[in-house]
Design a binder for this molecule. Structure first.
Ligand SMILES: N[C@@H](CCC(=O)N[C@@H](CS)C(=O)NCC(=O)O)C(=O)O
Length: 210
């Protein structure tokens, strides 16, 4: 199998961190997003959605969606704390992962894609007809981000990790989101001490550099 990957982008990084945590090695091919290689003919033949990551299986089937790709690897091997080993932990990790995606990650994407000149008529990632930017969505993104960051900071008071007692896929999702937020000039405020402590601990794991 082969993973179609890209530097700096949050969704491929989510898969790389997961694979590093599980010590799984996969052949990778880098797609250059700065040169729009994801929208070129060769890549679109593989993945007509024009986004990364994508995992090509040995029979040619393409799996999309970073969370689905990680779940595929999880299902191939032993259950781990990353997706939860008990019913309750699975639900906690799933619940936090979806919230981080819907509030934090969506907030960053709304700001980035609706404000940056580079994304003019590319309001949504990947291969679409022209999707104009909507300035009000950038405003919505700021509200989502500010509110999400405050809520996550309060949640992390007295806790090491977001969803359970162990580092999990929810932490991976939040780490790539917080780091990606810098691209949209969205910061974690100085006062968010719990979130800053968590971010330092998550960033110190060897997988963070994957
Ligand atoms: N929900 C998808 C999102 C995929 C996605 O948006 N990928 C971005 C990089 S993070 C991309 O390929 N962007 C290409 C573009 O903007 O055209 C996932 O988690 O895999």
């Amino acid at each position: 199998m082969k993973l179609f990957d890209a530097d700096w982008a949050p969704s491929p990084r989510r898969v790389r961190i997961y694979l590093a945590e599980k010590q799984i090695t996969v052949d990778r091919e880098r797609i250059d997003l700065r040169r729009d290689e994801q929208l070129g003919e060769a890549y679109l033949k593989l993945n007509p959605r024009g986004v990364v990551p994508a995992l090509q299986l040995d029979d040619g089937e393409i799996l999309c969606e970073s969370a689905a790709i990680c779940r595929y690897f999880e299902a191939l091997g032993a259950l781990s704390a990353l997706f939860g080993e008990t019913a309750l932990d699975v639900a906690r990790i799933e619940g936090w992962t979806r919230r981080i995606e819907a509030e934090g990650y969506a907030g960053v994407v709304y700001v980035l894609r609706n404000q940056r000149e580079a994304f003019r008529d590319r309001g949504v990632a990947g291969k679409w007809p022209a999707i104009p930017q909507i300035p009000e969505l950038a405003e919505r993104g700021h509200i989502l981000w500010d509110t999400f960051v405050r809520a996550l900071d309060a949640h992390l008071a007295g806790r090491s990790w977001i969803a359970t007692d162990s580092y999990s896929f929810a932490d991976i999702t939040a780490l790539v989101t917080v780091d990606f937020a810098k691209a949209a000039k969205l910061a974690v405020p100085d006062g968010a001490a719990h979130l800053r402590r968590w971010h330092a601990a998550a960033s110190a794991r060897p997988s963070a550099t994957a």
